[in-house]
Design a protein around this ligand. Sequence first.
Ligand code: PAF
Length: 281
Amino acid sequence: MELLHNIEEVRNRVRSWKKDGFSVGLVPTMGYLHEGHQSLIKKAVEENDKVVVSIFVNPMQFGENEDLETYPRDINKDSKLCDETGADLIFNPEPEEMYKEGFCSYVDMNGLTTELCGKSRPIHFRGVMTVVTKLFNIVTPDRAYFGMKDAQQLCVIKRIVKDLNMDIDVIGCPIIREEDGLAKSSRNTYLNKEERKAALILYKTISLGKDLLVSGERDVNTIINKMKDNINKEPLAKIDYVEAVDLETVEKIDVIKGKVLIAMAVYIGKTRLIDNFTFEC
Ligand code: PAF
């Protein structure tokens, strides 16, 4: 497995693969890889001849008071995991390589980014869309793999690909959880012992929401309020949002109908965690 830092080198490698008729899968990540990322890489390895994992903590998607500086990084551990999982290439650029002097072009969207995480992280999706578009242009993959934990991100990326006619299959993969249910996240490493225990409230609340739907509840306010009440029972938890939206448009809904995403962001201490589930009726 190769580790490349330079855009031109990646382009040359992919060009030579394509000349030989190989299909290419891309797994975009910010590193500090865990079993969630590993499941994406495994799927990419199954479905493509060659797999690129990008590891880039993208400054453009972090707000001013967010965790850009402290975001965990460990390229040696990540390289081992990618190699063992069957990836062919890691693309690990420096910010200066991705955003050369004078950089001033962005990818943006009306709608889809206004609810959920877009409300509390106003510049986040512009940064994600810009960097993912750049990665797509650099790697030119046939398929790209994203986790459902970042459900809104997945909806947004599917929409850019559709709206901007990118010839890439965007594949969403299931949330991978710890044994006790906490969704795997690189940010879980911020939690101390007490917070780690408290963080379980997210999964417990996801389970509560699912149970309500399975038992026939269809009123969004009732479901969301019961979920919020449950989170508020945990003293270390502070709700950023709990919302139900249409899975395709990411617009708020009043009644459960069609494909629905119920998503939450909750602070456990200073750490902001997200989780969600989808429901179809
Ligand atoms: O989900 C992530 O890790 C990031 O938002 C992504 C897609 C790699 C873009 O920086």
